[in-house]
Design a binder for this molecule. Structure first.
Ligand SMILES: *Cc1c(COP(=O)(O)O)cnc(C)c1O
Length: 224
């Protein structure tokens, strides 16, 4: 079950203006409810089917964040309600979200995922690729570009992690300065998870995505 003691400590330690997304992937609805009852409303999931199941069982005023890699053919299922899609990592996915948003007659907030880690496996735009894509991305009428998201290398080397977060913040500032007027909602930097969120906050995160510190060790074999 959720670690409510840690939840209080974490929430109280977050600087003003920093939003916590409680990453509930693989954890049961009961654990989500425990944090909900303490006032938490933003939860993050990375699998569409799991998200839909939990949503059907939980209160309507939860803000659901989609945090993982999203396949284009699944956009349709989350488009009507998703609060923020963190992992937009291709032009093709952005176009699909734009299309489904129009179909639902809403705008969908997104974050562009940037590849900042050493690992090959982490999704995201390369910084230069992102700069090239921005003219088209910023012109999509039915998505709202809220900012950037990134994951640092999984390492004990805090300096490495810090450098990666700092590079993402630099890119974020560059885009904000270049496109500021065209992108009025471009204000968010989603970086930092259980292992590295304090560093991410020091480097300018506005959203942290914390799971295992709040819910305990994850059991991937039940994730489906
Ligand atoms: C699982 C996950 C998290 C949370 O990870 P923890 O280590 O449990 O805090 C954050 N962001 C993304 C994209 C994830 O997939």
């Amino acid at each position: 079950m959720a670690n409510t003691g840690y939840y209080h400590t974490l929430v109280q330690s977050l600087p003003e203006g920093i939003q916590l997304v409680a990453v509930s992937k693989t954890y049961p609805p009961e654990a989500i409810m425990q944090l909900y009852q303490l006032g938490q409303r933003s939860f993050g999931e990375n699998r569409v089917q799991e998200l839909l199941t939990k949503r059907s069982l939980l209160p309507d005023d939860i803000h659901w964040h989609l945090i993982g890699h999203l396949q284009t053919n699944k956009v349709k299922q989350v488009a009507p309600f998703v609060h923020l899609i963190h992992g937009v990592d291709s032009m093709r996915l952005a176009r699909e979200i734009n299309k489904e948003a129009a179909r639902c007659q809403r705008t969908i907030p997104i974050l562009l995922q940037v590849h900042i880690a050493l690992e090959e496996t982490k999704f995201g735009f390369a910084p230069a690729e992102l700069m090239n894509a921005l003219p088209e991305l910023s012109a999509l009428p039915d998505v709202e570009l809220w900012g950037l998201m990134g994951m640092a290398t999984f390492t004990e080397d805090t300096q490495r992690v810090r450098t990666e977060f700092r590079s993402l913040k630099t890119l974020f500032d560059t885009i904000g300065n270049t496109y500021g007027e065209k992108l009025p909602s471009f204000r968010h930097l989603s970086m930092g998870m259980s292992s590295d969120y304090p560093v991410a906050i020091e480097e300018g995160a506005t959203i942290v995505r914390v799971g295992s510190l709040l819910f305990g060790k994850r059991e991937y074999n039940t994730a489906g």
